[in-house]
Design a binder for this molecule. Structure first.
Ligand code: C2E
Ligand code: MG
Ligand code: MG
Length: 713
């Protein structure tokens, strides 16, 4: 302030100017005498501390003490003031209302005219507001507002840090990208708020999987990233990926009461072999997760350097493909499609293989993308159509019944000009009836320009061939267009079939597609059927045809002819509808045996399973009307099992046997309608028999449920 009183102004003016400054600055100013009696404060002091001038004059600044600093703090302050006449630092003080705040305080000793210290002047900036804003800003810049997880910026910084440490310590680290399959469907069907709730719930589950030092972050939408530090074991990322997938498997109950099923794909990149920078590892894990999704989702993939090698060999591949056409290195394999009602072979899908010299049989997904890129696919695809027609002719001449063959058509082939002409010529050349040829189109090639697609499909239909919509459920076709596509058949993608028996989410999609197809008067085929249970479930739910390894892998034409000649078929087990069938699930074999004894003379067909998964498999193969499950079982609890059964087989009557310790889960299951009744262990044989008899009557619609007796025996 001394400068202000310099030659420019008279001492009085200088004083007035000083006073005006004091009154207008936002920092608190406090003046005391050497005995620390307050002589003056400015308006900002009042604003910050809450004390009016009249309340503090003559008092000591101690009234502001927060109690957060020890004696040493004040001793150091005084030592500095006495020695140099100056102190500056951050200090916690207490406002009149009790609130503690931090301020940056500058204290100066001011000398009188004789040159002796006479006053102390303190100037203080309130930091609490500043800190709050800074904190908020830091948070906004570094964290995702929805889940509170670090965002990409912070993730990259932390990852870089991890890599530096890993390099110093010669350790490995891994990046896992977790991508929720089908999240878009949940978002679209339940709304964005539910989608947000789900992401938060997923975040909670993922958090519990991590060690303290690992980082979890959300990149965007439904993508999460995990950074694993200091890997001890090569398999650690893989084990974690599996655990994550398993932990997301149990349904999520959203605040609105909706249940959501989530499945996740995971992509993994490992430091240092897949990259040494944060960027490289993130890109690697990202392409790996895409691959996992392409393979049908719900799996994990390592990045591995294969990818780079692939990029380098792509040119060589294109060259080789060109030669392959000339040298006739392509061949068609045939996979039977089975009619689920008759159990007989209804047709075949022709699947391309490349007998590449020195490489064995190359599957189509390894070369079709390249062929699609350079345009060769049009010639290859035309060859496939001609070859399929030729084969139909050969089979007919060999005396086999006319067999319908489906050929896959690529996007480029579909959009390019010559497809109709290729078909017309091939049919004519081999004398094949158009209705025996089917073309498989994928959803993805129809959604971009649906108007255009409808026109092209209509033109194909005019030739008399049939059309099938392949891989249904993996794209996002709009229902509005779906009804306008002139198709004859839908194929449920194998990613849904895969878990159809155990995952209610997948089962719901599959049964919805079946219902939708039938409402549109289309046939429906399930692809990738690998087990008897899957086939059973699809049969129970009215699917028309199945295709998959369960019946047969794709085989060479001659072997396919052999299947036809032998009349290989799928045994059609018709469970007699009248019989009363009961499924009992318990992990303790003696309990299972005891229950079977209790129910021995009741005349039911009884199936038993030792756990939820086995129970679901059994149900797919053998329908049961009443299900009795133990609650406490490893892997899947009884209520979880019955909740799945509720979605998969809604008409069943479900009951649980439980000890008192598991009551909470049981009550919740009752409230959700997942179970009809519960019994407490140990049971009373006579009453158990009566209750199960009642359950069958309830199933048969003979009686209404008596909920008041729900507490069982
Ligand atoms: P797609 O048309 O969906 O064919 C079904 C694929 O699932 C085939 O793979 C088949 O071998 C496989 N598959 C069948 N049953 C099972 C099963 O039970 N389990 C499992 N895990 N897989 C099963 P493939 O032969 O490798 O063909 C892959 C894809 O390549 C085909 O998918 C199709 O999109 C394409 N493709 C095949 N042949 C041709 C062709 O001639 N032209 C064009 N443009 N694409 C073709
Ligand atoms: Mg196909
Ligand atoms: Mg398919």
């Amino acid at each position: 302030m001394k400068d202000f009183g310099s030659a420019l102004w008279s001492p009085e003016e200088a004083l007035r100017i000083d006073a005006a400054i004091l009154a207008s600055i936002r920092d608190a100013v406090i003046v005391t005498d050497m005995a620390l009696k307050i002589l003056a404060v400015n308006p900002a002091f009042t604003e910050i501390t809450g004390y009016g001038e009249d309340e503090v004059l003559g008092k000591s600044p101690r009234i502001l003490r927060s109690g957060r600093h020890g004696r040493e703090f004040y001793q150091a302050m005084w030592a500095s003031l006495l020695e140099s006449g100056h102190w500056q630092g951050e200090i916690w003080n207490r406002r009149k209302n009790g609130e503690i705040y931090s301020e940056r305080l500058t204290l100066n000793a001011v000398r009188n005219e004789q040159g002796n210290p006479a006053y102390y002047v303190g100037v203080a900036t309130d930091l609490s507001q500043l800190k709050l804003n800074e904190e908020r800003l830091r948070h906004l810049v570094h964290y995702d507002p929805l889940t509170g997880l670090p965002n990409r910026l912070l993730l990259e910084a932390r990852l870089q840090h991890t890599l530096e440490r890993a390099s110093r310590e010669e350790n490995r680290a891994a990046v896992l990208v977790v991508d929720l399959d089908q999240f878009k469907i949940i978002n679209d069907s339940l709304g964005h708020a539910a989608g947000d709730d789900l992401l938060v719930a997923v975040t909670h589950r993922l958090r519990t999987m991590l060690r303290e030092e690992d980082t979890l972050s959300r990149l965007a939408g439904d993508q999460f990233v995990l950074v694993l530090e200091a890997l001890h074991d090569y398999q650690e990322p893989e084990i974690l990926a599996r655990r994550i997938q398993a932990s997301l498997e149990a349904p999520f109950i959203l605040p609105g009461g909706d249940k959501a099923y989530v499945r996740a794909s995971v992509g993994i990149s490992v430091y240092p072999q897949d990259g040494v920078t944060a960027q490289a590892l993130l890109i690697g894990a990202d392409s790996a997760v895409h691959r996992a999704k392409e393979r049908g989702g719900k799996q994990f993939c390592y990045y591995t350097s294969e990818f780079n090698v692939q990029a380098r060999t792509i040119l060589a591949l294109e060259d080789a493909l060109r030669r392959a056409l000339e040298q006739e290195e392509f061949v068609l394999y045939y996979q039977p499609k089975i009619d689920l009602r008759s159990g007989r072979i209804a047709g075949a899908e022709a699947l391309l293989r490349w007998q590449r010299p020195g490489c064995g049989l190359v599957p189509p997904l390894e070369f079709i993308p390249a062929a699609e890129k350079n345009g060769l696919i049009e010639s290859i695809g035309a060859w496939a159509i001609r070859e399929a027609c030729r084969q139909m002719r050969v089979w007919r001449e060999a005396g086999l019944a006319d067999i319908k063959v489906a050929v896959n058509v690529s996007a480029r082939q579909f959009r390019g000009g010559g497809l109709e002409e290729v078909i017309v010529k091939a049919l004519a050349r081999y004398g094949v009836e158009p209705r025996h040829l089917m073309l498989e189109l994928t959803e993805s090639m129809l959604v971009d320009e649906p108007e255009d697609a409808v026109a092209r499909m209509t033109a194909l239909k005019r030739l008399g061939v049939r059309l099938s919509l392949d891989d249904f459920g993996t794209g996002y076709s709009s229902l509005a267009y779906l009804s306008r596509f002139p198709i004859d058949q839908m194929k449920i993608d194998r990613s849904f079939v895969n878990d159809i028996v155990t995952d209610p989410g997948a089962a719901t999609i599959a049964t919805s597609v079946i219902a939708l197809a039938h409402r549109m008067r289309l046939g429906v085929v399930a692809e990738g059927v690998e087990t008897e249970a899957q086939a059973g479930y699809l049969r129970q739910n009215g699917c028309d045809e199945i295709q998959g390894y369960f019946f047969s892998k794709p085989v060479p034409a001659e072997e396919f002819a052999e299947l036809l000649r032998q009349g290989k078929n799928l045994p059609v087990l018709e469970a007699s509808p009248q019989s009363r069938t009961l499924l009992i699930v318990d992990d303790e074999l003696p309990v299972l045996a005891a229950l079977q004894r209790v129910l021995a003379d009741e005349g039911y067909g009884v199936f038993t399973a030792a756990g939820g998964r086995e129970g679901l498999e059994l149900l797919a193969k053998n329908p049961a009307q009443v299900i009795l499950s133990d609650q406490r079982m490893p892997g899947m609890s009884g209520t979880e099992f019955l909740s799945r059964v509720k979605v998969l087989y809604p008409e069943t009557v479900r009951m649980v046997l439980s000890g008192y310790a598991e009551m909470e889960a049981v009550v919740q299951a009752v409230n959700e309608g997942a179970i009809y009744k519960f019994f407490s262990k140990p049971w009373d044989a006579q009453q158990l028999r009566a209750q199960i008899r009642e359950a069958f009557l309830y199933y048969e619609g003979v009686i209404k449920p008596r909920r008041e007796s729900a507490s069982g025996l």
